[in-house]
Design a protein around this ligand. Structure first.
Ligand code: HXC
Length: 272
């Protein structure tokens, strides 16, 4: 699918991706690298970042990493500083680092709720704020990886739903505040994606057939389909797209979350 994009679409643009060592975020980094971008990624696990940057360099550009937990503002600031020192200021930022687990609201501890809020929402704020000066310098843009939970509640996802709704409102506010400075802000809402940690966690209670049944296209997304759309949104092809929540879910949001909710609730009744 990426073959349909110009191989120079993001040439000369550096893209910073938080959580870029795996899953959807790595797929976005990969798609950007394949259309000419140089890449900086950050995450918590050095071995994963090392392997990912090695893979990304195979596309011919530069790829660097910094170990940083997005919950730690100083670490994120340092990640932007050290990676820009190596490849130059970022022309695009992807805030993708996220955490998730399934649990009924009344069983989520304050610490568990806070962990997800801190990674998804506060972490997105840290990444946006730390990237701001570089984006202003380059006339860049920021893309948040949100989730369907931001609009449509899913059971056992109270923490994630709250966090992702916050991410989307943060995005819209930045679109208003930073638009006049030439910085676009948008988010993507991927539907179920094959081969990701997020789906492995969510599929623990609602199996793949339930998910696929919720998608009018009848299947999961391929990682490449999410990466390609993200690369387009980061590129001049989307020059007038600002403050938008782009849903890439095969139409799942039109079906609602009830099939998932019923599967999860009946599984938890059966085990209680
Ligand atoms: C209930 C749980 C839990 C579970 C953790 N906790 N797992 N509570 N059920 N299954 C609670 C712990 O008991 C603890 O609270 C608190 O959460 C923090 O847990 P830690 O493991 O100490 O924290 P930490 O190491 O920071 O881990 C954060 C995490 C973890 C979010 C809990 O799962 C993580 O690091 N995830 C990153 C990877 C990941 O989730 N990838 C999927 C992202 S996909 P107490 O009170 O005991 O101290 C995604 C999008 C999905 O987010 C959208 C799909 C549509």
């Amino acid at each position: 699918m990426r073959d349909l994009l110009s191989p120079d679409l993001l040439r000369g643009r550096n893209v910073f991706v938080s959580g870029g060592g795996s899953g959807v975020n790595l797929a976005i980094a990969r798609a950007c690298a394949q259309v000419g971008a140089d890449i900086a990624i950050c995450g918590r696990t050095e071995a994963r970042l090392e392997a990912a940057t090695e893979e990304l360099r195979a596309y011919g550009g530069r790829a660097v990493y910094a170990v940083a937990d997005v919950r730690d503002e100083a670490a994120v600031v340092e990640a932007f500083r050290t990676t820009a020192e190596q490849i130059g200021p970022m022309g695009a930022v992807v805030s993708g680092a996220a955490g998730n687990f399934l649990a009924p609201a009344e069983q989520i501890s304050t610490n568990g709720f806070r962990a997800v809020m801190d990674i998804d929402l506060l972490g997105s704020f840290h990444v946006a704020k730390a990237g701001f000066e570089q984006l202003r310098e380059t006339g860049g843009n920021i893309l948040f990886v949100s989730g369907g939970q931001s609009q449509m509640p899913f059971v056992h996802q109270a923490h994630v739903s709250a966090a992702k709704a916050g991410v989307d409102q943060l995005m819209r506010t930045l679109a208003l505040e930073w638009g006049p400075l030439g910085i676009r802000a948008n988010s993507i809402i991927p539907g179920p994606v094959d081969g990701t940690e997020g789906m492995r966690r969510l599929a623990a209670t609602a199996d793949a057939a339930v998910w696929a049944g919720m998608v009018p296209l009848g299947r999961f997304a391929d990682l490449d389909e999410i990466g390609t759309m993200a690369a387009m949104l980061l590129s001049p092809l989307a020059a007038f797209v600002n403050g938008a929540q782009i849903v890439i879910d095969g139409g799942m949001s039109l079906s609602g979350s009830s099939a998932f909710n019923q599967a999860v609730l009946s599984a938890s009744v059966a085990t209680s």
